[in-house]
Structures are given as structure tokens and as C-alpha cells.
Design a protein around this ligand. Sequence first.
Ligand code: SF4
Ligand code: SF4
Length: 705
Amino acid sequence: MVGIYSPSLSSEWLVPGRNLFLTIHVLGVACFVYIVAKRFVPLVRAEGDPRFDRPLTRLGKVFKFWLGQWKHPRYRFAGTLHILIFAGFLLLATRAFSVLIVGVSPGFVMPGLSGESGRVYDLITDYAATIVFLCMVVAAIRRLVFKPARYAVPAKYGKSRTADAVFLLGLIAVLMIADSLFAASNAAGHALQDQPIEALAVFSLPWMLKIAIGSMPLATLWALNVTAYLVHEVTFYFLLCYRPFGIQFHVETSLFSIYFAKLERGTLKPVRWGVPDERLDQVKSFGVKTFEDFTWKHILDFYSCADCGRCADNCPANAAGRPLAPRFLSIKARDYAFQHYPVLGKANNGKPLIGNIYSEDEVWSCTTCGACEEECPLLVEYIDKIVDLRRGMIDDGNVPQSLQKPLKALENRGNPYGKMEKKKADWAKAEEFQRTCKVNTVDGNNSAGTLYFVDSITSYDDRMHSIGRSTSRILSHIGEDFGILGAAEKDSGHEVRRFGEEMLFMALRDHNTDAIKASGVQRIVTSDPHAYNALKHDYKDAPPVEHISQVIAREVRSGNIQFHRVENEDKVYAYHDPCYLGRHNQIYDEPRAVLDAIPGLKRVEMKRSRDRSFCCGGGGLMLFYEPKEEQRMGVLRVRMAAEAGANVIVTACPFCMANIEDAIKVAGLEGTMSAIDLTELVDQHMVREVCPVKAMELETATCGG
Ligand code: SF4
Ligand code: SF4
């Protein structure tokens, strides 16, 4: 910094400038440390969470998501504004500290910033202060005049936070003005005294202020300089100490939240970190029941939420009018923390969360689609928290009525429909199908290289049998040596686990793992993304697993699968990304590559696709439980496909198929819109060398595909 004139020399106040500013520094820092220490208390009392591994990967996340602001441009205007403010703050940090120190140490220059480098830095930061100031003005106008819907707070979630947001924007604007006025009066004073003149960046805020005050007498300039300094200092420390009381706390916590963010997609946290499955029955209480049952990282997330509303804006449950908006899961928990762990006074904890800050329906409304986590610029996690809350409710015997029957059936029969195990492979026994494909059962005596893991919905739901048969025909066509477990296969337990029934999940997982091991297979293929996710992330010792779309894409690339031209060229297809294939496992390109390989197939993209795909509304047990909602998620999704100009929705998940076909009826689009699974479409269009019987036509005639 070049030539900052020190207000420490001022004697215009009751005490000498240096003493006054030193007192403000000490008080400001002490208050900040005290407040942050108090905010730290709930984290210390919270559950453990081992997030100290893989430091380099974590640092990479910090570079990408914190320093690189990776997710912000997903909302172009607000994101650009945030990036400008963030970059401005980073640039101004050194200048702000230099200015603070100058108040107690006249002529202080930050090491490395003397001479030419200091002059360049001054010019850059003149512009940075100007840009931050302008961003504050724009952001305030946006909040007050344009009022983006995602910032609105519905009455059920409390009162509007606009006043608080605008107050904070105002404080930062004051800080920028004070900083600029300090620099401007300093430069104007030097000019008047014929001292070396500091160059201010042309058209910057300090430059304009210098022009405005340049003709004032020296005494006025000096008074302005000291006043600007005092305002800067007081505002700086006020902001520092005020931030931990609201959304701006993310300025301090977000770096840590991102560093400690979850590293693996598709996974779920264990019931209790550090407690192996074998000892879970000794755990007295499962899940989250009180605030302190959250892990420290989850509480840090609550502090870090910037209340930007992006998560809720993308949450299908919120869009459908269910009583859930993820943003408020964080805000309510943070308000609870501030109230029960006050800065002044004793902590008082222990109230059950359900019924006090969260409603039951709010927690059951989530489909674990992951849209909120995908969108959050600060990597705030929701699924683990929601599942932990469900675990707590289940532990207290708080199971929604409509789910009690399927859960009992899963316990007794290994599937939510309560159907007999021996009927599990009936879909493969249909005469017409057997004329086109033979599906063997693998066990200890009869093995195969590949297991086709079918899972409950494809095995027992009549409509989905077609997916099982098409998958088998595709595997058979490419010469795969495959088989199924048949009666020995139980539900993968994927939804059971996300529903919060960990012990039941473990029983299903262990049974299937034993059956898979006994069958001697080397790898697994499944047409169900939920089973895929479970086998990949929730099972410990399962062989490698692939979704059928990955297999098909590979075979198309190698030329083993070829397609004939689509018969009806009036059909326009839109691919719907299933959450557990797309967002949770990043399989976006393979299904699209397969569709694009079918000659003559017209494909359009829905506005919300790939990582912004909109959940159809009913992964797993949601098929048996529907929280109160204003409209069905599936109906919203079907309308999105219609808006994109599609008349066929292709998906790659039997749960999506169930929801979408149902939604087409509810939306009154029968006859103009249809749905088909990727496997069915491939099966219809595969060029078969040795298959004179057009088996697939028979098959689709019965399934409506
Ligand atoms: S959780 Fe993330 S996306 Fe949601 S409001 Fe908070 S910061 Fe924004
Ligand atoms: S996982 Fe999906 S449904 Fe659940 S809160 Fe997030 S966005 Fe909403």
C-alpha cells in the first residue's frame, strides 16, 4: 500500500486515535472469537463424523467449489453477482487488513506491497471495491424490486428474511464507501500538500470520490479521512461479529463445509460412525431424534447454508407442493441452534426435533432424488440427514400406516408385495418369451459368468415383466453367459435403507450377498437403477455391477448391437434421467448414446435433464406412500416432456416407468404420450440374425410399449 496517511495520529477524539483504534481492534477480535466459540459448542456435543481422510481430494474440492465457485453459474445472473463479490472480497482482504493496521501503526505497508507492486495492487483493489459496491446495489434492487421467487419464505416456514439480507448488503456497501473515501481523502490530502500523488484507478469509486472532495480544505479532508477510517473499522468489526447470527455466517464456515464435504455419491452414512454392523444391536437409539444427534458436519452445514433457495427451487417435493423445502430443513435447524445455544446464557437442548421443528410429513416427503445436493453451491448435504431423521422415527415406532404392510411383507417374504418367493421368476416362464430366450437360474450347482439381478418390481409387477424379458433378450443377443437368482433373490433393500429401516436392509443385503456368492458369478447386471445403486454402494462384498444401459452402450460401440430404422418417424423421444442412474451415479451419456444410435430416432432434451433431471416422484417405497401434495411429481414431469415436444418418454428404471405411465393417465395425455423403457426400445429395434419370430412385437403388444 502506498502512502496511507495514518488516522492513528488523530487527536480529534476523546482519546488519541491509536488508542481508540487499538481498543476497537481488541474488542472486535475478542467478540468475534467469543461468538464463534459459542457457535462451536453444538458441534462439540454432536455425533462424530470421520471427515479427515484424503486431504488432497478435499483440497481439490475447496479449489473447485469454494475458490472456483463452480456451481454458482448454474444460476447465471445471481451466480455472476456472487462470483464478482467473492473475487472482490478475496482481493480486498489484504487491503482491509492493511487499513486496519494503519490505525495503530502509522505508515504500515503490508510486506510485498511496497513500491510498484503496491501501486498495482491499489489500482486493482480500487476497482474491486467499486465492483463490490455496485454488486451490493444490484443485489439490493433485485431483492427489493424483482423479488426472485426462490427467496420467498412461505408463512409456514417463518417470516421473510429480505430485511436482514438488505441490511447486510447495506453494511457491505458502507464498508466499500468508507474504504474508498479513506483512500480518496488520503490522495486528495497528499495532492493539496504537494506530496507525491497516489494514482487512483480511473472511474473507480475512490477516483470519483476524490474528484468530489478534491477542492475541500485540508482540515476537512483530514476530518473526512479519520471519519471514513472510523466508519470502516466499526463496520468491519460489526459485520464480523454480526455474521455468525445469520445467513452471512457462511462467509466463515463455507470453506470448512466444502473441505469436509461428502466425497462419494450414492452412498449413505452408517447409523453410527465407528459402530460396525455386528454391534448395531447394542446401539441404544438409532438415527436423529434431537438436535445433538446430528453429526458435527451436519451442524456445520446448517451454519453454512446461505439461504439462497437453489435447493428448494430444484426440489421436486417442493415443486409438487409437498410440505418439504430442503432450504428450510437447514434454516429451521440453524434457528434452533441459535436459540438453544445462545451467545449469552446457557445452552438448553434435548427437545425432539419431530413435532417441534420438523413435521413427520416433511421428513417422509423426500424421494432422496439428490437434486438439492446437486444444486447447492456450498455442498450442503440433505439425504443423510433426512434418512437419519427417518431412522429416528422408525426407532420410535413411528411408521406411516400405508408403509406398515409393505415393510412387513419385506420382512416375511423379501419383497414389498408380499408375493411368494417361488413366483419370483414367473416372468421368465411365459411361453412366448421362452421361445425367444432361455433364462437359467444360478445357484451352487449351476453357475454363470453374469448375474442378472432383477429386483422386486421387475419380478412381481406385471407391467415390468417386459423390462426383465427385454433385458434377458439383450443379454442373450450379445452372447452373455447369464442367469438369475430366482427364488433366492430378495429385494435389494435400497429403498428400505433410505426409508430408515437399517436392520431390515441389513438382513436383505446379507441374504442376497450370500446367495450371490454361492452362485459363483463374476459380475452383476441389473436393469433397475435402485438395485444398481444398492449393489454398488450399499453392499460390501458384491461383484462389480453394471446397469444394463452401460452394457448396451458398450455393445453398440463395438458393433455387437445394431439397430434397424424406427418404423414410426412421427415419434419424438425424450430421455428421462432416473435419479439413481444419473445424479447419484453419473450415468447420463450411455442411455443417450444408445438412443442416438437408432437410425431415424428423433430425440429432444427436456429443460430439466441430466444433473437437473426432475424426479418422477416415487423411488421405491414412495410407490406405497404418498405424502400430501398439490400435484403429482410424475404429472409435472410428463408435462415437461410434452413442453419439449416429445410424445414418448424413454426411461431406464422400472420405478420411473410405474410413475410416468400413471402420470400420463392422470395428466389426461393417454393416446398422445407414451412411455417405454430403454431395454424395451432396444429390444424392439435390435437387428437379430437368428430370430425370425418377431418376439418383441408379441411382448410389447402385451405391455403397451
Ligand atoms: S442448502 Fe445450499 S442451495 Fe439450499 S439454500 Fe442453503 S446454500 Fe442454498
Ligand atoms: S433429495 Fe430430492 S426430494 Fe429430497 S429434499 Fe432433496 S431435492 Fe427434495
